[in-house]
Design a protein around this ligand. Structure first.
Ligand code: NDP
Length: 283
């Protein structure tokens, strides 16, 4: 039983401009569901205050914290070490206190992978991915680490796309190539999985991804990292062409569940977390 005087363990979420962050309800639902006397507290931290915030989290004995943009890269020099994929990705969204050390992990790509594996095993698959930002890096590294056959990165900005492909080839030992995104992209017929890891579609259900829809075939899985709205135009169009689709809510829930597991050691009920997230998002 929770006691009024019980000292709760604390986990933070250091974010900027994310008031009312629905992930707070999601993580706290996991704590409640498993009768853990923990709290997950969202704190607005401007970039200039990040170092002080991390010092404060150490001083106050936080068990860890999530970081959202723009803190995912800037937090790295403030930590004591990085997990394997966080080091490859070059970004941290989840910090875990292990002993006296704060270790940076990246659960975004792992969350995506867990969702994807529920409908399709990426091992040996050909993947086309739109985007080369933080989410794309996380997704590509994780599907690479589990043995995807080939990944084509399609991105508007050439330097960003080339840098990601270079990382995938040299560090994740993945067969990867880059295509500059100009006009409608035609998905090669041998593609198994198409992923939108760009921010196109975020908060805009009608936003169109520049893609030749006739190149989407029913044997393809089409996934979107965008979680709001969950049914993006890409997913609606892909479903209409018979593709199996995967929304970004699963990724969001799973990255949160992996964080809870890192912090508490408890493997949380992702279903309870998804219900709380959907309620908080008014879905
Ligand atoms: P970044 O800003 O790091 O990257 C954005 C990417 O989108 C870049 O590749 C950018 O291309 C591309 N892009 C944006 N607008 C356009 C456009 N009009 N035309 C072509 N390309 C465009 O963002 P993140 O990677 O952090 O986030 C991407 C998405 O992933 C967001 O919607 C975010 O909400 C979502 N996300 C979802 C998570 C989940 O759990 N479901 C977790 C983390 C992120 P360029 O390089 O040319 O600028």
């Amino acid at each position: 039983m929770a006691s009024q005087n019980f000292l709760h363990e604390l986990v933070g979420s250091l974010s900027q401009g994310a008031a009312g962050n629905p992930t707070v309800a999601m993580v706290e639902a996991a704590f409640r569901h498993h009768d853990l006397h923990w709290r997950y507290v969202n704190m607005e931290v401007p970039p200039a205050g990040l170092a002080d915030a991390v010092r404060g989290a150490r001083a106050m004995g936080f068990r860890g914290f999530n970081c959202s943009m723009p803190h995912k890269v800037a937090v790295i020099p403030l930590l004591d070490g990085l997990g394997e994929s966080a080091a490859l990705i070059g970004a941290v969204n989840c910090v875990v206190r292990r002993g006296e050390q704060l270790i940076g992990e990246n659960t975004d790509g792992k969350g995506f992978l867990k969702s994807l594996q529920e409908i399709c095993d990426p091992r040996g698959k050909n993947i086309v991915m739109f985007g080369a930002g933080g989410a794309a890096r996380a997704v590509a590294v994780e599907v690479g680490l589990v043995g995807a056959k080939h990944i084509t990165v399609v991105n508007r900005s050439e330097p960003r796309g080339r840098e990601l492909v270079d990382t995938l080839r040299t560090k994740a030992k993945l067969d990867a190539d880059f295509v500059v995104w100009r006009g409608d992209y035609t998905v090669p017929p041998a593609t198994d999985i198409v992923i939108n890891a760009s921010s196109i579609g975020l908060y805009n259900a009608d936003a169109r991804l520049a893609l030749n829809l006739d190149s989407l075939k029913p044997n393809m899985v089409v996934a979107d990292v965008v979680f709001s709205p969950p049914q993006t135009r890409l997913l609606r169009d892909a479903a209409a062409r018979g593709c199996r689709t995967l929304d970004g809510l699963g990724m969001l829930v799973n990255q949160g569940a992996i964080g809870v597991q890192y912090w508490t050691g408890v493997n949380p009920d992702a279903g309870a977390m998804r219900i709380a997230l959907e309620q908080a998002m008014g879905l």
